[in-house]
Design a protein around this ligand. Structure first.
Ligand SMILES: [Mg+2]
Length: 157
């Protein structure tokens, strides 16, 4: 568990699960971004890591091999809802999410901590409004969880 005290909030943020989008968040053009696997391996010692993806580019399994995580490849329509439902099933109140796309908006809104990343693929403006924090890239986003004082500085009121 990662626990973060944030001034202005009634309760500490307590995170057991980290749910991440793959395309545009952990990867570019289907390939995992440099450094991501190491950061996720470090985080996996503290929280349960889940990668939830539509698998647009295929080959996700190979890209995340070596990362201790649950991989959930979605299929069929309603992927926004499927992602949000996945977070709800984990316990949204103890889950942090990272995503960039429009279909991440409901999981970002629902999670106790929603982080939007803006990288080469860009990010959905609707998802931006649903997030708690916006980061320039995935290393910064995961860095917030590895260094909770940074998050405290961003979210305190
Ligand atoms: Mg995406």
């Amino acid at each position: 568990m990662i626990e973060i005290e944030i001034p202005g909030r009634k309760e500490n943020l307590a995170i057991d699960h980290l749910v991440l989008d793959f395309n545009g968040t952990l990867s570019l053009d289907g390939r995992i971004l440099p450094g991501v696997a190491d950061l996720l391996r470090r985080l996996a010692k503290e929280v349960n890591v889940h990668i939830v993806t539509a698998g647009t580019f295929g080959g996700v399994e190979g890209q995340v091999a070596g990362i201790p995580c649950v991989l959930k490849v979605l299929s069929g329509p309603g992927q926004t809802r499927q992602k949000a439902r996945y977070v709800k099933a984990m316990g949204a109140g103890r889950t942090a999410c990272v995503g960039n796309g429009r279909n991440d908006r409901d999981m970002l809104r629902r999670a106790a901590l929603g982080i939007l990343v803006v990288q080469e693929e860009g990010a959905s403006a609707e998802s931006l409004m649903a997030a708690d924090v916006v980061c320039r890239d995935i290393a910064s986003a995961l860095g917030l969880l590895l260094n909770p004082l940074r998050l405290k500085a961003t979210l305190r009121s």
